[in-house]
Design a protein around this ligand. Structure first.
Ligand code: CA
Length: 305
């Protein structure tokens, strides 16, 4: 059994990752921590709760976290995930989120409690994790595993030629996390672009006709439309965030290369994830370079939704 916390910016593919984690019998989802990302944090928080409600898992706690990058500002375009973060299915957030405990404090507390048994899957800008290890540096050596959807080591980025979204939105936080010594598995565009959901998959959810499948079909269609305009060469939309959950539970889905990874902060390559040739320490990041996409997709669709 994998004890898991999801750190998300829900987000359409975060919603699909939550659904996959909730439905996998091998996962005990302890909680969901949220941050800004594709929409402001109040949206990620509200969206995560609505997704869990739709899945019949409203008992899983959701925590509100970071509101902005460590050093930069954030503007939201709504182009890929919609202005509400979920394909315009939920609309504007009426009231700010009322979370009992800050996501960063929850993460620190749960790492201290569960230590090596805990897996954190982060599918958002890494601001919450960066804040947690800054506040409580000892957690770096305590946690079992951190699986991050982010980066593009051998393939072009999706925001710029070099950079993937979760990294470039808060590159300082990403650098801090990737150079911290945390036991990281980096699930980047190198592998996530090979996992594609298509219109035919969404049609099956529509046919199923349950409230949850109808909800998921509506926001995933928005994502497919955005992908067909922005990345027409892919013939579908990538299951970035769900693959991170898959890798956390089934590490043999991927082949990895151990590497010290750094994040470029120079303007001309901002957010690029590359090997840090100057770090002498043993690598603590496993970079995913190949994926058994068929096996992953079979598992995903057998469980979602
Ligand atoms: Ca995400």
């Amino acid at each position: 059994m994998v004890k898991m916390i999801l750190d998300v910016d829900t987000g359409i593919d975060d919603a699909l990752a939550i659904a996959y984690a909730v439905s996998l019998p091998a996962v005990e989802l302890l909680g969901v921590t949220t941050t800004y990302g594709m929409a402001p944090v109040d949206y990620s928080y509200r969206n995560s709760r609505k997704v869990l409600e739709a899945l019949g898992a409203a008992h899983i706690p959701v925590y509100r976290g970071s509101e902005k990058p460590l050093k930069r500002s954030r503007e939201y375009s709504g182009k890929i995930h919609g202005n509400d973060g979920l394909g315009e299915t939920l609309g504007p957030v009426e009231a700010p989120a009322a979370s009992s405990e800050h996501a960063v404090d929850y993460l620190i507390c749960q790492i201290r409690k569960h230590q090596k048994e805990l897996t954190i899957v982060a599918t958002a800008p890494l601001t919450n994790l960066a804040a947690a290890i800054t506040k409580a540096p000892e957690i770096v050596g305590m946690v079992g595993k951190v699986v991050i959807m982010g980066g593009a080591v051998m393939t072009p980025g999706n925001v710029t030629k070099f950079a993937e979204a979760n990294i470039i939105i808060d590159p300082e936080a990403a650098g801090l996390v990737l150079e911290s010594g945390l036991p990281i598995t980096l699930v980047g565009l190198d592998v996530t672009r090979k996992t594609l959901l298509t219109q035919a998959d969404v049609a099956k959810w529509k046919q199923k006709g349950t409230p949850a499948s109808a909800f998921f079909a509506r926001f995933t269609e928005f994502y497919l439309d955005a992908y067909s305009k922005l990345h027409p060469y892919l013939k579908g939309c990538a299951l970035h965030d769900p693959l991170a959950v898959g890798v956390a539970v089934y590490p043999d889905l991927v082949q990895t290369v151990p590497m010290n990874v750094k994040v470029d902060l120079e303007d001309n390559a901002l957010g690029r994830t590359t090997e840090d040739l100057y770090r002498a320490a043993e690598p603590t990041t496993l970079v995913c370079v190949q994926v058994d996409a068929d096996r992953f997709m079979k598992s995903f669709f057998a469980h979602v939704i």
